[in-house]
Each structure stands twice: as structure tokens, then as C-alpha cells.
Design a protein around this ligand. Structure first.
Ligand SMILES: [Zn+2]
Ligand SMILES: [Zn+2]
Length: 179
């Protein structure tokens, strides 16, 4: 089957919506989603488990054990590397109409009542960003770039090393200051 990349992740909820309240549907999902590369550069499909429950005037969506591999730039050496993002559990409500007392529409998800579907794209986008690993380094031992000549210290040793150590020595100007 041909996989196509898309900026939506539409789930049909017709059967669930016409059923009784409290009805739950679960399924495994694997979706090739495309995001704004400035924000999230994906290197794999987004995989996980999806649980949908019908509640009065809404569909409650829960995603569990979600995993996706992303590409990021190392903050030390600036090289692109792959990192796994894990979302243990995430929940959102998809309402059948926008509540009157809410003004922040970004946080509100609505059911598309025309074709009885919900779009999980924004929910997944928000959750990936929330679960980005805090430290963006290609490896713990990455030596980074030399701040003087820009050489990748993982690949070669430049001659700026001693200058660096001097620059980091505390109180090196103290004698001058207290004269
Ligand atoms: Zn690095
Ligand atoms: Zn250097």
C-alpha cells in the first residue's frame, strides 16, 4: 500500500458517535505525518495506540505508548542526529460544538459533524513538542565545535586548545582589578 504524507490525521467516528455513551473503540495506529520542519522534522512514522470513547457531546481521545523518531541539530557540534520522542499518554476532548464561554480556540478540538470525523494532527503535534527530550546533543561525549576556529573537535584536535583553557580560568584578571 502506498503511504502518503499528510498534514491531517482524520479518524472516522461515525459508528462510535451513533452508538451509546460510554462506548470505547481502540486501535493501533501508524501514521506518516508531515510537520513544519522548523518545528518537528520527523524521521519515522508516528506509532501508538488510540482509544476513543463517546461521552455526552464529545469524543474523548486518548493516545498511549506513542513513539516517533525525529531529527534535531546537536547544540554542541550542530550536526543533525536522530532522537526518539515517547509520549506515554495524552488525552484530548473533541466537542460537538464550540463552548460559548471559551475564547481560546487553539485549545479546543471539534468534531467534524459533516462527515463525522476528528483530526488528531494538532493533538499529536502538540504532544511531540511537549515531549521533546530536553537535551539536544548527538551523544553525551560530543566535544562540540571549537569556539575559536570552528573545528569539529570530535574529528580533529585544533591548536586553539590552550587558549580555551586560559579563557575559562576564573579570576584570571583579578590581579589587574585589585591593583
Ligand atoms: Zn554533537
Ligand atoms: Zn580551534
Amino acid at each position: 500500500m502506498k503511504k502518503d504524507i499528510k498534514k491531517s490525521f482524520i479518524i472516522q467516528i461515525g459508528g462510535l458517535w451513533s452508538g451509546p455513551g460510554g462506548k470505547v473503540e481502540s486501535q493501533h495506529f501508524e501514521a506518516d505525518l508531515e510537520f513544519d520542519p522548523q518545528e518537528i522534522e520527523v524521521a519515522s512514522a508516528v506509532k501508538g495506540e488510540m482509544l476513543l470513547a463517546k461521552v455526552k457531546h464529545e469524543i474523548r481521545a486518548a493516545l498511549t505508548n506513542v513513539e516517533v523518531t525525529i531529527k534535531r541539530g546537536c547544540v554542541r557540534c550542530l550536526k543533525s542526529f536522530k532522537q526518539k520522542v515517547k509520549i506515554p499518554v495524552a488525552e484530548r476532548s473533541f466537542l460537538d460544538r464550540a463552548p460559548k464561554d471559551k475564547t481560546d480556540l487553539d485549545d479546543i478540538f471539534l468534531i467534524n459533524l459533516k462527515d463525522l470525523s476528528i483530526d488528531l494532527y494538532d493533538m499529536i503535534r502538540q504532544e511531540i513538542i511537549l515531549h521533546f527530550p530536553l537535551i539536544s546533543v548527538c551523544s553525551k561525549s560530543c566535544k562540540g565545535l571549537c569556539p575559536h576556529c570552528g573545528a569539529d573537535r570530535n574529528r580533529k584536535t585544533c591548536k586553539c586548545k590552550e587558549v580555551d583553557e586560559g579563557a575559562q580560568k576564573p579570576f584570571k584578571n583579578l590581579k589587574k582589578l585589585i591593583k
